[in-house]
Ligand binder design. Sequence first.
Ligand code: AMP
Ligand code: MG
Length: 414
Amino acid sequence: MSLAKIISCLDGYDPEALHVAKAREAMRACIAPVPDTESVPVRSALGRVLAQEIVPTLNVPAHDNSAMDGYAVRFADLDRPLREIGTALAGKPFAGALGAGECARIMTGAVMPAGADTVVIQEIVKKDGGRIVVPPGQKRARNVRYAGEDLKVGIPVLTSGKLLRPAELGLIASLGIGEVRVRRRLRVAFFSTGDELASIGTKLKEGEVYDSNRYTLHGMLSRLGVEIVDLGVVRDDPKALEDAFRKAALADAVITTGGVSVGEADFVKQLMAKLGEVLFWKIAMRPGRPMAFGKVGGAYLFGLPGNPVAVMVTFYQFVRDALLHLSGRTGDTALPLLRAVCAETIRKVPGRTEYQRGVLYGEKDEWRVRTTGQQGSGVLRSMSEANCFIVLEHERGNVAAGEPVSVQLFEGLA
Ligand code: AMP
Ligand code: MG
């Protein structure tokens, strides 16, 4: 089905004044996750997307065991001195069973001896002759970890679409599983467009700027864990652009920067439209108003604006989410918004979402945020000095000092 057709079903879709949330929704509606999977050793699965359900075939822990070093006892017997009849160590169970008035020394992780129902920690126990005396006030079943209290046989613990983080690697390993099925890694191609762009290693001519967008993109994409294909700087020239698009079309996604802004007399827009199905949007946001989204060959296309801050903002607000969806991730992909007190006045007009660059800091038991000063979309320093976005919602007007605002931390963004 054509993208235009899919998107026409969305309520309130207006390409000339698209809300941020609507643009994100439109991309998701159009993107089908890559279906291919592969099997990898658990360690190599870090950062990958799980493509199977993990259902335990054993309980974790496998046996009732002690959570502390102490004595395994029968709770009902605690009113009398106990006779110590053996020791249970982690990995070396006590073979016998506790009878009336008996206890066993036990270490953390050791299997609970038959007959025992409680562990009393060693620090409170007194020895009286050969006997063990436990003070009153104990609780039944204290300090016992039950079989299956972490993972239970037959109850699914991880589902397809889950990002595999260090905790998941450990959890999978705790089930004795050595290999897991994950989605194929995405291949993402990108290039910069613009006649004014110079590559590092060449001398700047008058009117030129060094291409920085490919470097921020390299960083952001690397953190997402995708395979990257850097196609360099491409001149605003139809032939060069067409060649670049043909190469890029072999990837799962292609990201371009520059050439989509309104006044641009360049060929990027025409070419995008010629080579595939591409939608041109004016998004109600700042920075990052013009954007193109569509398909070129088999690749989803993200045509980002050229300004360096706009590239980063549109990447984090749209491309990140779209690529996670394309990679098969489900569920936990939204970025949390925190509340902080704004330390300064910010001018803002209702009718667009703004992403100011901010510094979140703690003061007087609360989180406060200030901007990083000059917020022009070409001022990349505003990103470098920041640790968060201050998200000023669509309907919001001016912000007075002392008002709460929403904040999106950079840490964890990718
Ligand atoms: P454009 O969207 O192509 O009109 O570019 C907007 C602004 O961003 C212009 O000032 C460009 O010089 C600048 N720009 C575009 N691409 C890059 C790039 N790859 N690196 C640094 N600046 C860029
Ligand atoms: Mg340009």
